[in-house]
Design a protein around this ligand. Structure first.
Ligand SMILES: N[C@@H](CCC(=O)N[C@@H](CS)C(=O)NCC(=O)O)C(=O)O
Length: 201
């Protein structure tokens, strides 16, 4: 098995996940925006994106969340996506919510702002700015949800929903878009996440 990896948020999601699972997957680290845009790499992933997981029999899995799903099933010890139907539904719900409300907002801002992405989409600076402005509202929403005292995003156990949150945190930190100071519940959770060994994966 081999993971094609790079310094990129969606690849980081898989690295955090692998670290939390306590497993080792051989990696080939490539350069974002250079190696990802070659015809050779597009033969692995027609979208030219990392991460890509190549299985021992040559099968290819792309999409970071699909890779995490595969790894959770292939290595069932320490399940991070839920053990029964209710847990799986709940974790998936929170994973989707964090992805769509927090990660996508900051992700769209980055794609419409960074020169690295100018080649892959038509950038609209006003759209990037609109995403930036809405971030405090998104953090406030999460803060109110977490006011019930839960320790982790999907309840009392660390799960893939927290991996989604950690991935979002890595970008909001870079762009100085962390939760507003009065988001105490999010701040408490974020501090705990930064203390996990997977944070530096
Ligand atoms: N939905 C995909 C998104 C992957 C993606 O957007 N990867 C970006 C980096 S975060 C990429 O590889 N871009 C290649 C490029 O810009 O050349 C996933 O979750 O894996």
């Amino acid at each position: 098995m081999k993971l094609y990896d790079a310094q990129a948020a969606n690849a980081k999601r898989v690295r955090i996940f692998i670290s939390e699972k306590g497993i080792e997957i051989p990696r080939e680290v490539i350069e974002l925006g250079k190696d990802t845009r070659t015809p050779e790499f597009r033969r692995l992933n027609s979208l030219g994106e990392v991460p890509v997981l190549e299985l021992d029999d040559g099968q290819i899995i792309t999409e970071s969340m699909a890779i995490c799903r595969y790894l959770d099933l292939a290595y069932p010890e320490t399940p991070l996506m839920g053990r029964d139907a209710a847990e799986q539904g709940h974790i998936e719900m929170w994973s989707q919510r964090i992805y769509s409300q927090i990660f996508m907002t900051i992700g769209l801002m980055v794609r419409h702002q960074l020169p690295l992405f100018a080649e892959v989409l038509e950038q609209v600076p006003d759209f990037a700015e609109a995403q930036r402005k809405v971030m405090p509202e998104k953090w406030n929403w999460l803060n109110e949800e977490m006011a019930d005292g839960r320790q982790f995003i999907a309840g009392d156990t660390f799960s893939f929903a927290d991996v989604q949150g950690m991935t979002a945190l890595t970008i909001t930190d870079i762009f100085d878009l962390s939760a507003p100071d009065d988001c105490k519940h999010v701040a408490k959770w974020a501090t705990a996440m930064r203390e996990r060994s997977s944070w530096t994966a």
